[in-house]
Design a binder for this molecule. Structure first.
Ligand SMILES: [Fe+2]
Ligand SMILES: [Fe+2]
Length: 195
């Protein structure tokens, strides 16, 4: 029997938290774990944004601000994760990773206490299962795309998919000179050269 969207999303939250715990405990290869967290978190967030959040707004138009706020929190969490990722070899890593985990914890709590219950109230079981299938398909597709990008062009895949704001943030972290006047393509090129 197909699982519903809420069960699948909550399961994925627990899987992510287990990975966070491994990093915090200093278990395993930090760089590999951070890569795994990045891939899983990105696929999870994009699958929610494309398949689940629009369905919530459709069923409950009053939830639009809450959903917009949640999307902003995804962006914030991804920015904090990128910062931690740039510090994997630094003594400041623990602090940066802690800030990321706290941001995700706050978001997950809002999602599980407010957003997902609103969805459960608004739609029937059949619809929840349809959304579950759509979420899982989108997530699997995104995870596959990440694996392809990693196998093909290294971190260039990430750069091509990044928005200008994200590229600018990365350039700032990498202290690339002249970044504030660069176009999106120039930022990507400078980051590629910097690697
Ligand atoms: Fe989520
Ligand atoms: Fe979310």
């Amino acid at each position: 029997m197909a699982a519903d969207a809420i069960t699948l999303i909550e399961q994925d939250h627990r899987a992510l938290e287990a990975l966070f715990d491994q990093v915090t405990a200093g278990e395993g290869d930090r760089v590999a774990l951070i890569q795994q967290i990045t891939d899983r978190l990105t696929a999870h967030a994009r699958a929610e944004e494309t398949e689940v959040y629009p369905a919530i707004v459709q069923a409950r138009p009053g939830e639009d601000e809450e959903v917009e706020h949640a999307e902003h929190e995804h962006y914030e969490a991804e920015t904090l994760l990128r910062k931690a990722r740039n510090l994997t070899a630094s003594p400041h890593f623990d602090e940066a990773f802690e800030a990321f985990v706290a941001a995700v914890g706050h978001h997950v709590e809002e999602e599980e206490q407010q957003i997902l219950p609103a969805l459960r109230d608004a739609v029937d079981t059949e619809r929840l299962k349809q959304l579950g299938a759509a979420f899982e398909q989108a997530r699997a597709r995104l995870l596959g795309a990440d694996a392809d990008a990693a196998a093909g062009s290294g971190s260039d895949g990430d750069l091509e998919q990044a928005t200008k704001t994200e590229l600018y943030e990365m350039a700032k972290d990498a202290e690339i000179p002249g970044r504030s006047t660069m176009t999106k393509d120039e930022l990507a090129e400078a980051l590629r050269d910097n690697h």
